[in-house]
Write a protein that binds this ligand. Structure first.
Ligand code: FES
Ligand code: FES
Length: 169
């Protein structure tokens, strides 16, 4: 559909690969990736501030962490999105998920999907991060419950587990 005044498209069919599954959906130009993911049933992607402050809506877009509330769905067309469900779950938890549970890194859990994905992007870049690296990597993610110390401990533990899985220490 095009706008009569400008001749520009107002909506289009986009194809977004979410956790490895291709999803086709017709999307208006102004719709955010957060809105579309939740409409597709991915309610594990949380809606917080909707202005880029809290990181609750963070997902990986082609491996890079983005705030889905600030990303237009059109920009995800023919690209890969990972939500926390794509990382792992019951019976096949990712080391980050296990570490968050074991270290008390999640309390109410609202920030946790975004935290874990930001941590995944960090550890993909820096497998053995310092505390400052972790603080920088998580600087876009707010938590009202944990005081952050347990989250940082969880990320350090996950980093160690992942390095051991990869045969390094
Ligand atoms: S909901 Fe996107 S950054 Fe807060
Ligand atoms: S665990 Fe509640 S906001 Fe982080």
């Amino acid at each position: 559909m095009t706008d009569k005044k400008t001749g520009m498209a107002r909506e289009k069919l986009v194809n977004i690969h979410v956790n490895g599954t291709a999803c086709e959906i017709t999307v208006p130009a102004w719709r955010t990736l957060l809105e579309v993911l939740r409409e597709l049933g991915h309610v594990e992607v949380k809606c917080g501030c909707e202005k880029g402050d809290c990181g609750a809506c963070a997902v990986l877009l082609d491996g890079e962490v983005v705030d889905s509330c600030l990303t237009l769905a059109w920009n995800a067309d023919r690209r890969s999105v990972m939500t926390v469900q794509g990382l792992g779950g019951p019976g096949k938890a990712h080391p980050l998920q296990t570490a968050f549970i074991e270290h008390g890194g999640a309390q109410c859990g609202y920030c946790t999907p975004g935290m874990i994905l930001a941590a995944k992007a960090l550890l993909d870049d820096i497998p053995n991060p310092s505390l400052d690296d972790i603080k920088r990597g998580l600087s876009g993610n707010l938590c009202r419950c944990t005081g952050y110390t347990r989250i940082f401990s969880a990320i350090r533990a996950a980093a160690q587990a992942l390095r051991q899985e990869g045969g390094t220490s």
